[in-house]
Design a protein around this ligand. Structure first.
Ligand SMILES: Cc1cc2nc3c(=O)[nH]c(=O)nc-3n(C[C@H](O)[C@H](O)[C@H](O)COP(=O)(O)O)c2cc1C
Length: 269
């Protein structure tokens, strides 16, 4: 029985969790491989015996690229599956999003795992929160979860594993579920500033064109961000020339400062 862990990861946190889980599966006798969403096709999900899906949390939900991928899958009736995510302090419905689409496709979801991950959202009051996460303890918990999944597979069990987060299977109906509900891609486009290119710093290396998770950047002759930008700030965070910036509006910064200091204290999970 082979296992494929397909993950979306912009800054490496979710990839580290995927790798830790894959190691455990291999040690438990299940050939396992990790596959970045960039390189995955629906066939990878169909042809594997067991599928693991991982992603970061953006705007208290699963990011559009991974949701689009899951929606593009054909039915996978009865296929054992599990989900995992990394987030700051407001995971909202990320695990539920991943597991509910998989269940719509007929998969049998055995559980969901969540770890904290260092936040690299470029808003000054968010960047660098939760330093050094996932840490050794987070990785140990990810391994424990993977061991439980491996045991369930060995015993043919279909009920959720003991360490599965309850919010994998039901919305908790809290504040951040509401945030997720209103943070549609179009609302984010309206409310959040679009990244800006400084052509003087760009050497047209095409990094952003390749890395944009919604294929929304084209060189003409310099990179142009078209209308489908999901405000993930991948281009800002990752550009090797640091050619992208964001002009933060004062309103965004006030909301983020509250989000960071106050909202997560009151409503964070
Ligand atoms: C654009 C953006 C939006 C984010 N939104 C949230 C959020 O709503 N709640 C939260 O807990 N973390 C949020 N985060 C933090 C990420 O979920 C967290 O850093 C995650 O570990 C990143 O995983 P990765 O390194 O695999 O991309 C956000 C990060 C970015 C870049």
């Amino acid at each position: 029985m082979n296992i494929t862990l397909i993950y979306f990861s912009q800054t490496g946190n979710t990839r580290r969790i995927a790798n830790a889980m894959a190691e455990v599966f291999c040690e438990s006798g299940y050939p396992a491989r990790t596959l970045s969403l960039k390189r995955a096709s629906p066939r990878d999900a169909v042809e594997t015996d067991v599928i693991g899906i991982g992603s970061p949390c953006f705007s208290s939900q699963a990011p559009t690229p991974i949701k689009n991928f899951l929606h593009s899958l054909p039915p996978i009736p009865g296929k054992p599956a599990f989900v995992f995510a990394t987030s700051g302090t407001a995971p909202g419905r990320v695990l539920y999003d991943l597991s509910s689409i998989l269940r719509e496709k007929g998969a049998s979801v055995l559980g969901g795992f969540l770890a904290r991950g260092t936040v690299r959202h470029p808003a000054p009051c968010l960047y660098g929160r939760l330093p050094d996460r996932p840490n050794a303890e987070d990785l140990a918990e990810a391994r424990r979860f993977a061991r439980e999944i491996a045991e369930s597979l060995a015993n043919g069990r279909t009920e959720p594993v003991a360490t599965s987060r309850p919010d994998t299977f039901r919305l908790h109906g809290g504040f951040y579920d509401f945030v997720a509900l209103i943070s549609t891609d179009s609302a984010l486009r309206l409310l959040m500033p679009k990244p800006k290119l400084n052509p003087a710093q760009c050497n047209r290396c095409r990094w952003c064109e390749f890395e944009c998770p919604v294929h929304n950047i084209e060189l003409k002759p310099f990179p142009v961000i078209a209308g489908e930008c999901i405000r993930c700030y991948r281009c800002v965070n990752g550009c090797p020339q640091k050619a992208y910036t964001v002009d933060w509006r004062i309103g965004n910064l006030i909301v983020y400062a509250l989000y960071n200091k106050t909202f997560t204290r009151w409503f964070g999970t």
